[in-house]
Design a protein around this ligand. Structure first.
Ligand SMILES: [Zn+2]
Length: 186
């Protein structure tokens, strides 16, 4: 895994980013046709909550979280969830699902009258929380990843999970600095 921010990222026609560490999540399926990928959803996640650097997120997205390891893990270990991408505190980029496939990150959601945002979005998890700032290296990678997605897909909306699931989700949270990414026209 690279520990330097990926400042130049490309996404190939198979929907795979490079450079990125690839770790396959089984929690995915086909996007319903005809579907254009036109949304990016930004999240935060940390496992255990508010702790960084461990293997919990990767274990969750690969259905390998040990419910005995932490009380919170016992609550969530049964979930079948994923995201296309994770950006760790170091700025390192991991990919779990091809962008051409549907990852299971948004849950019950809607944006501007369209429901099931997983159908048409790419999910990006930032390793972080609602209680402290993200790292500069994460923004560097995020900017490069957004740029790469815009090159490959007709992205129209860049939103937070809390925007598409208000009242249910709070991420990416109050410390995410929207000024540091080029938010789209919506
Ligand atoms: Zn989220």
């Amino acid at each position: 895994m690279s520990h330097t921010p990926a400042s130049a990222i490309q996404i190939d026609t198979a929907g795979l980013a490079s450079p990125a560490q690839w770790l396959l999540s089984p929690n995915q399926d086909e996007r319903p046709p005809p579907t254009e990928v036109d949304m990016i959803v930004i999240h935060n996640i940390s496992l255990p909550p508010n702790q960084y650097g461990g293997q919990g997120i990767m274990q969750l997205f690969t259905n390998q979280l040990d419910p005995q390891e932490h009380p919170y893990y016992a609550e969530i270990a049964h979930l079948k969830v994923s995201s296309h991408f994770l950006i760790r505190r170091t700025g390192a980029l991991l990919q779990f699902v091809s962008c051409n496939q549907r990852a299971w990150h948004a849950g019950l959601s809607q944006w501007q009258g369209r429901e099931r945002c997983n159908d048409f979005s790419v999910g990006i998890e930032l390793e972080g929380s609602d209680i402290e700032a993200f790292e500069d290296a994460q923004y560097v990678t995020l900017q490069a990843l957004i740029h790469a997605l815009q090159q490959r897909y007709p992205i129209q909306h860049i939103v937070g999970h809390s925007d598409i699931a208000p009242g249910r989700k709070t991420d990416p949270g109050p410390f995410f600095d929207w000024q540091r990414i080029s938010r789209s026209t919506d």
